[in-house]
Design a protein around this ligand. Structure first.
Ligand code: NAD
Ligand code: ZN
Length: 400
C-alpha cells in the first residue's frame, strides 16, 4: 500500500522544552509540498552539535522540536517539481543545502548556500511545519530533523547516493566525517610534510586526523583530556597524543617545545573558547593556521591580539567547506571504493528509543564513543507506521 500523498504516523524523539530529556512520541508527518522530499530515515548519528544544542539552551531552537542532522535514508515520496531524486533512492540528509542557483552556489570558492538561513526559523517554506504531535505543530531543526522514522526535507538538502551504500555507515558523511575531513583538506588546506595538532578526538576530530593524513601531513598530534581516545586516534593517523591534564605547562607551550616553532595547522574540535585560544597560540608564529571546527554559538571569544601580530590566522568552517550535494555523493562513492574509512568512527549502535542514554554516554565521557548511530528500524512494531509494504528490508522500511 503506497503512502504517497498520505499523512504518515510514526515515532520520533521530541524535545518539548529546554533542559528536559527527549521523549519518544507518535508524530504525524505530512506529505512533502512542492520541491520537498519525504524520507524514511534508516540511520542517524548523534553528533557533538546535538550535545551543544542541549547544553547551551541556544536561541537557535524553537520548541517542541525534532533534532538530528546526520542521517541517511530512502526516499518515500516526493513533492511537486522534484526532479533530482525519486521514490526508492538512497539519500543523505544535508543541514547545509546546495540550491545551485544563489550567488554562493554559483561561486566556485563559496559553499555557504544562501538557503541555509531558512533553517533558523525551524519551519519549511510557507512558514509551516510538516510535523505534528498531540495536535501541536513541531519545529524542524537544521533543515533535517532526523530523529524521526520519517522526515520532510527540501530537495536542495538531499543528496542521492550509491544504491549499494550501507546507510548505517554512510550517514556519517552527512556531518561528522565530512566536516572533519574537509576542515583539513578544504579549509586549512594542509600541506604535505606539515605538522598538525587536533584538539578534541571525538568523531569529528578523528575525521580531521584522517584528512591531515590524506593531505600528507608528516606529524599529527592529537590532544584530548580523555586518554581513552588515543588508541583510535593513533590507528587513524595521529603520530602522538597528549592529555593537557598530565602537563605541568600549558599545552601551547608544550607544543612549541615539541615542534620548535609551533604547529603549522591546528584544529579546535571541541567548541570551547579557552581551547580555541590555546589552539591558536599553538600555531606557528608567522604562518600557522588555526581552524575552529567546534560549535561556538552564542559564545564570545576573548583572545589576546598579540597572538595575531606575527602572522597567525584563525578561521572557522561549516561542514568542512564542501559544496554539500555534489561532494557528499562523491564522498560516499569514495567510501564504496575504499578510499576513505568511516567504520572506526562508529562505536555504538542503539535504537532511537535509547536516545537519552546515548546523550549521557556522550556527555559523561565514560565512553570511547565517536558517533552513535541510531537505527530507526529498531524503533518498534512496524504497525505503528502507516503504509507498510512488501519488498526488501530497506524498501519495506521506506514504506514502498
Ligand atoms: P565529541 O563530544 O564526540 O568530541 C569532543 C572531544 O573533545 C571529546 O573527545 C572530549 O573528550 C574532548 N574534550 C572536551 N574538552 C576538552 C578539552 N578541554 N581539551 C581537550 N579535549 C577536550 O564531539 P564531536 O561530535 O566530535 O564534535 C566536536 C565538535 O565539532 C562539537 O563542538 C560539534 O558541535 C562541532 N561540529 C561542528 C561542525 C561544523 O560544521 N563546524 C559540524 C559537526 C560538529
Ligand atoms: Zn553534526
Amino acid at each position: 500500500m503506497s503512502t504517497t500523498g498520505k499523512v504518515i504516523r510514526c515515532r520520533a524523539a521530541i524535545l518539548w522544552k529546554p533542559g528536559v530529556p527527549f521523549s519518544i512520541e507518535e508524530v504525524e508527518v505530512a506529505p512533502p509540498k512542492a520541491k520537498e522530499v519525504r524520507i524514511k530515515i534508516v540511520a542517524t548519528g548523534l553528533c557533538g552539535s546535538e550535545i551543544k544544542m542541549l547544553e547551551n539552551k541556544t536561541s537557535y531552537l524553537h520548541y517542541p522540536v525534532i533534532l538530528g542532522h546526520e542521517a541517511a535514508g530512502i526516499v518515500e515520496s516526493v513533492g511537486e517539481g522534484v526532479s533530482t531524486v525519486k521514490t526508492g533512492d538512497k539519500v543523505i540528509t544535508l543541514f547545509l543545502p546546495q540550491c545551485g542557483e544563489c550567488a554562493s552556489c554559483l561561486n566556485p570558492v563559496d559553499y555557504l548556500c544562501i538557503e541555509r538561513k531558512q533553517s533558523k526559523s525551524g519551519l519549511m517554506s510557507g512558514g509551516t511545519s510538516r510535523f505534528t504531535c498531540k495536535g501541536k505543530p513541531v519545529y524542524h531543526f537544521a533543515n533535517t530533523s532526523t530523529f524521526s522514522e520519517y522526515t520532510v526535507i527540501k530537495e536542495i538538502s538531499v543528496a542521492k547516493i550509491d544504491a549499494a551504500a550501507p546507510l548505517e555507515k554512510v550517514c556519517l558523511v552527512s556531518c561528522g566525517f565530512s566536516t572533519g575531513y574537509g576542515a583539513a583538506i578544504n579549509t586549512a588546506k594542509v600541506t604535505p610534510g606539515s605538522t598538525c595538532a587536533v584538539f578534541g578526538l571525538g568523531g569529528v576530530g578523528l575525521s580531521v586526523i584522517m584528512g591531515c593524513k590524506a593531505a600528507g601531513a608528516a606529524r599529527i598530534i592529537g590532544v584530548d583530556i580523555n586518554k581513552d581516545k588515543f588508541e583510535k586516534a593513533k590507528k587513524l593517523g595521529a603520530t602522538e597524543c597528549i592529555n593537557p591534564q598530565d602537563l605541568k605547562k600549558p599545552i601551547q607551550e608544550v607544543l612549541f617545545d615539541l615542534t620548535g616553532a609551533g604547529v603549522e595547522f591546528c584544529f579546535e574540535v571541541i567548541g570551547n573558547p579557552e581551547t580555541v585560544e590555546a589552539a591558536l597560540a599553538s600555531c606557528h608564529e608567522s604562518h600557522g593556521v588555526c581552524v575552529i571546527v567546534g560549535l561556538l554559538t552564542d559564545v564570545q571569544l576573548n583572545i589576546s591580539g598579540s597572538l595575531f601580530l606575527s602572522g597567525r590566522s584563525l578561521k572557522g568552517t561549516v561542514f568542512g567547506g564542501w559544496k554539500s550535494r555534489e561532494s557528499t555523493s562523491k564522498l560516499v562513492s569514495d567510501y564504496m571504493a575504499k578510499k576513505i574509512n568511516l567504520d572506526p568512527l562508529i562505536t555504538h549502535t542503539l535504537n532511537l528509543d535509547k536516545v537519552n542514554e546515548a546523550v549521557e554516554l556522550m556527555k559523561t565521557g565514560k565512553w570511547q564513543v565517536a558517533h552513535i548511530i541510531f537505527m530507526s528500524e529498531c524503533l518498534g512494531p512496524r504497525k505503528r507506521c502507516v503504509g507498510a509494504g512488501g519488498g526488501s528490508k530497506q524498501e519495506e522500511m521506506a514504506g514502498i
